[in-house]
Design a binder for this molecule. Structure first.
Ligand SMILES: [Zn+2]
Ligand SMILES: [Zn+2]
Length: 400
């Protein structure tokens, strides 16, 4: 096991117990990995989660946003409540790791490590049920459909925090390229908002030899593409991060015909709610007025995706403190750089802002292959430190 050497067991009894779970956890992780399921289709995975939780004495609630599961455990008489969240879904990627536990389903793969996230939380679940060294209500949230399918919002809409109030809420994700079992925290914006736009340019098609009789949507799309670049460089405050990526332009089939329409697909990201608004409003203006200047028109279809993920300062400092206590200051990093990727947990933090999302390193040697890559695999060396981190958060937040 990688990871054996990297933990500084400042709480030896807890680590010894969690270590004794490791063979079972590795088995669970690899079993989930062999059977990846896409968002809202996690029936086998949620069966496994529900069965384990029930066997350890949790009150199990199923079918929250279809395949979502919440396990509730109470100890003592305290009124405080805590939510810990893991995600369960896989991606439509064909696995290329050739590992013995590789996906058995073509074009389905746990390429984001949600198999590991689910297992780390199960490891903590087993430990906390056995020791019950906390005072209050523990809500373990296993969410479906994290991968751009809105599973977090679906759970919120299904009454997640009404049914299972959480005074504080935490989420953890593995991150390749960072050392195994080290933890990374940031107060405020940590992950970007992500919106998608489909822009259709309506021109006038015709013979490629008679361009003056047409309104060429390809020229319009090209001009818009360049003009869009000025929004980030000229409209956004230079102290703020923003991304406008034109990821696709589709128009025409042959060399001698001017097509009637062109389709552009954009990805738009920001780390600030106001900048997000600014980007979307400027794109609208630039697209419409550029199109108009060529005699064309444009229709814009905006799909609002994940909001900016904003970590609460008190809870971020608290979580960092727990990591520093368990693993030592050198392995608990405060002030991690924000990322322009997005994360569904942002919807849960929007609904229940008193919380924090943080990273656990997946390895900087083996385990450094980036997520969403066919060669990626969750590092089983994270299972014990990840479970320990969840246990530490639960025991310290729900202290008697
Ligand atoms: Zn992912
Ligand atoms: Zn993920």
């Amino acid at each position: 096991m990688k990871g054996q050497a990297v933990i500084s067991p400042l709480e030896p009894a807890m680590f010894d117990t969690l270590r004794s779970f490791e063979p079972e956890l590795v088995e669970i992780r690899r079993s989930i990995h062999r059977h990846p399921e896409l968002g809202f289709e996690e029936s086998r995975t949620s069966d496994l989660v529900a069965e384990k939780l029930a066997s350890w004495g949790y009150e199990v609630h199923r079918g929250i946003a279809r395949t979502g599961v919440v396990g509730v455990l109470k100890a003592g008489h305290g009124n405080k409540s805590l939510g810990l969240r893991a995600d369960m879904d896989a991606l439509p990627i064909h696995e290329a790791t050739a590992k013995p536990w590789a996906s058995q389903i073509p074009n389905r793969m746990h390429a984001c490590g949600h198999d590991g996230h689910t297992t780390m939380l199960l490891g903590a679940a087993r430990y906390l049920a056995q020791t019950r060294n906390f005072d209050g209500t523990l809500n373990l949230i296993f969410q479906p459909a994290e991968e751009a399918l809105g599973g977090a919002q679906a759970m919120v809409d299904a009454g997640l925090f009404r049914r299972f109030p959480c005074d504080a809420l935490f989420g953890m994700h593995n991150m390749p390229g960072l050392p195994v079992g080290q933890f990374y925290f940031r107060t405020g914006a940590f992950m970007a908002s992500a919106d998608s736009l489909d822009i259709t340019i309506h021109g006038k098609g015709g013979h490629g030899a008679l361009p003056h009789t047409t309104v060429d949507p390809i020229v319009v799309a090209a001009s818009i593409t360049l003009a869009l670049q000025t929004i980030v460089s000229r409209n956004v405050d230079t102290q703020h991060a923003a991304v406008i990526t034109v990821g696709s332009i589709q128009a025409g089939d042959v060399a001698n015909v001017v097509p009637a329409t062109a389709l552009m697909k954009l990805s738009v990201r920001a780390l600030d709610r106001q900048i997000r608004k600014l980007l979307l409003s400027r794109i609208e203006d630039v697209v419409r007025l550029q199109a108009q200047s060529f005699g064309a028109t444009a229709t814009i279809e905006t799909r609002h995706g994940t909001p900016v993920l904003v970590n609460d300062e008190t809870q971020t400092r608290f979580a960092h403190g727990v990591a520093a206590k368990l693993f030592g200051e050198a392995k608990a990093h405060y002030g991690a750089r924000p990322l322009m990727g997005s994360e569904d947990f942002a919807y849960m933090l929007d609904a229940n802002p008193n919380g924090c999302y943080f990273f656990i390193g997946n390895g900087d040697g083996e385990g450094s292959c980036m997520i969403h890559n066919p060669g990626y695999d969750f590092n089983d060396g994270c299972l014990t430190p990840g479970a320990a981190m969840w246990v530490g958060l639960a025991e310290d937040y729900l202290k008697a």
